[in-house]
Design a binder for this molecule. Structure first.
Ligand code: SF4
Length: 272
């Protein structure tokens, strides 16, 4: 009998979480331990929401003034957001966060002409089943280019990767190309990662070979997760990400005991 029931649904971020560290994946996805938000994740969500409002407008209305009003709309929505309140980002801190979001959202105007963007969907929820697993994701912006071809755009508010890590950065968005092919029976002509902090865009053209590789990767990761669920053995993967890991206290790499996380974690988290 399996120690954990293997997940029947995966998303690109959960796949990335397992590949980054299987034990952290177990804590967050299987044990359901509280993985607290950070200021960076809240800022990212706020920028995404601003751009969602902005690109929902007719193209000729996408001016600097209307980007400001999209930002105001977002700030009103987030003023009592649970994560904002949890991190106590109120008062002056909320104002500072708003200015940072303003800067990041306005950087997109240096990266593209918003009038020329032709979205066919924003924050598009999409899923498809492959063998025993359903892959589910949310595409930030699905659009048609001037030739009528499908383009998948993903906003990033973190730092852009160095050229040697670009391929890895595109791994997540490649899953969306696979989903589009399966769900809409249409190949995306371009995958774009827009790094709004540094106004850089990384793009790639998916091919049948890359999409087939992504499908094989999905099957392989699901198999690895299922095996770990069966044995209960989730390896640690020590990296720079450990500095930001919410579960360090219970990680054997740092002298912790994963078995007591289920008892201790909720109490410690609610106290924090
Ligand atoms: S501290 Fe590092 S190795 Fe330990 S669970 Fe977190 S990410 Fe994994």
């Amino acid at each position: 009998m399996s120690v954990y029931a293997p997940p029947t649904t995966l998303s690109p971020s959960r796949i990335d979480s397992f590949l980054s560290c299987p034990l952290a994946f177990r804590f967050s996805s299987l044990d359901g331990l509280f993985d607290p938000p950070t200021e960076a994740t809240v800022r990212g969500t706020m920028v995404h929401r601003t751009l969602e409002h902005f690109y929902a407008k007719p193209s000729t209305d996408r001016t600097e003034d209307s980007l400001r009003s999209s930002l105001d709309q977002m700030l009103e929505e987030f003023s009592d957001d649970a994560d904002v309140l949890y991190l106590e980002l109120t008062g002056d801190k909320f104002e500072r966060l708003g200015s940072e979001c303003n800067k990041l959202a306005f950087n997109t105007l240096k990266m593209e002409d918003p009038i020329s963007v032709n979205p066919v969907g924003l924050e598009v929820r999409i899923e498809a089943t492959f063998g025993g697993v359903t892959l589910r994701g949310i595409i930030d912006r699905l659009e048609r280019n001037s030739d009528g071809q499908l383009v998948i755009t993903d906003y990033k508010t973190g730092r852009a990767p160095s050229p040697s890590f670009e391929k890895k950065a595109l791994a997540g968005v490649n899953f969306y190309a696979l989903l589009c092919q399966r769900e809409f029976s249409e190949d995306a002509s371009e995958l774009r990662l827009m790094y709004v902090k540094s106004s850089q865009t990384i793009s790639a053209r998916p091919t049948n070979k890359t999409i087939s590789f992504v499908e094989q990767r999905l099957t392989a990761v699901h198999k690895a997760i299922s095996q770990a669920c069966e044995t209960g053995q989730f390896a640690t993967r020590k990296s720079a990400l450990c500095n930001f890991c919410a579960f360090r206290t219970w990680c054997p790499e740092f002298g912790g005991d994963p078995q007591i996380a289920l008892v201790e974690a909720p109490r410690r988290m609610s106290e924090s």
